[in-house]
Design a protein around this ligand. Structure first.
Ligand code: SF4
Ligand code: F3S
Ligand code: FES
Length: 238
């Protein structure tokens, strides 16, 4: 296959604003990933192209980007899975929306991580430690399983219109992390994770738009987890 990739470029040191540059590659197979294409472009055509990646296997969350208008991981998307890939139209690749661009496809994640830290994303156990480990039943562990698949790629949060209209909105990734610790039966202070999202810029500003669920490359049903947090907040269980 011969495909043109239209990639957003921006170097804040020299460019006034982002612009698109086309790269055409021939001999591509449908089983190539978008990350393979980016590597080909960087290593053979244009060494200045800048993007993040590490594991290349959908585990580290570093290569979230917008491909043909959808937030996803470049390492998890095969060319053959891109809609109308053989239409002759270019594949458009942009950085994740909303967050500031550091360079080309690299976005500034400080704000994303600051909101994540607000929910205290760690176990809080203020009682004395047991002689051995803190035990948890399989059933209780199962309740957390889906939320622990999150790789912090920011595809969900940057796809959310509630964030686009309010920069202080905590966002679905932070809510999911709040769920993961609020509902962990080994945690003795769940209210510390829960009250962090109970604010005007928190969970109540989620209008169940579902963009986050569509964007999540780990297929996490984020809105279900958000609904569990809302239920817990209005219950007497705080
Ligand atoms: Fe990425 Fe999904 Fe985690 Fe959001 S919930 S940060 S989309 S893995
Ligand atoms: Fe946003 Fe997802 Fe809620 S897209 S509004 S966090 S359901
Ligand atoms: Fe690690 Fe894609 S490079 S998730």
């Amino acid at each position: 296959m011969k495909i043109t990739f239209r990639i957003q470029r921006y170097n804040p040191e020299v460019d006034k604003e982002p612009y698109f540059k086309d790269y055409t590659l021939d001999g591509l197979e449908g089983t190539y990933r978008v990350l393979d294409v980016l590597h080909d472009i960087k290593w053979k055509l244009d060494g200045t192209l800048t993007f993040r990646r590490s594991c290349a296997h959908g585990m580290c969350g570093s290569d979230g980007m917008r491909i043909n208008g959808k937030n996803t991981l470049a390492c998890s998307l095969l060319l053959q899975d891109i809609k109308n890939i053989d239409s002759g139209k270019p594949v458009v690749i942009e950085p994740l929306p909303y967050l500031p661009i550091v360079k080309d496809l690299v976005i500034e994640m400080k704000d994303f991580y600051a909101k994540y830290e607000l929910v205290k994303p760690y176990l809080i156990a203020k009682d004395a430690p047991p002689e051995h480990e803190r035990l948890q039943s399989h059933e209780d562990a199962e309740l957390l399983m889906e939320s622990t698949k999150c790789i912090m790629c920011a595809c969900c949060t940057t796809s959310c219109p509630s964030l686009w209209s309010n920069e202080n909105y905590l966002g679905p990734a932070a809510f999911l992390k709040s769920y993961r610790f609020t509902f962990d039966t080994r945690d003795t202070n769940p209210e510390e994770h829960l009250t962090a999202v109970d604010s005007a810029d928190g969970i109540w500003r989620c209008h169940t738009i579902f963009n986050c669920v569509e964007a999540c490359p780990k297929d996490i049903n984020i809105t279900w987890h958000i609904s569990q947090l809302k239920k817990r907040l209005v219950s007497d269980e705080l």
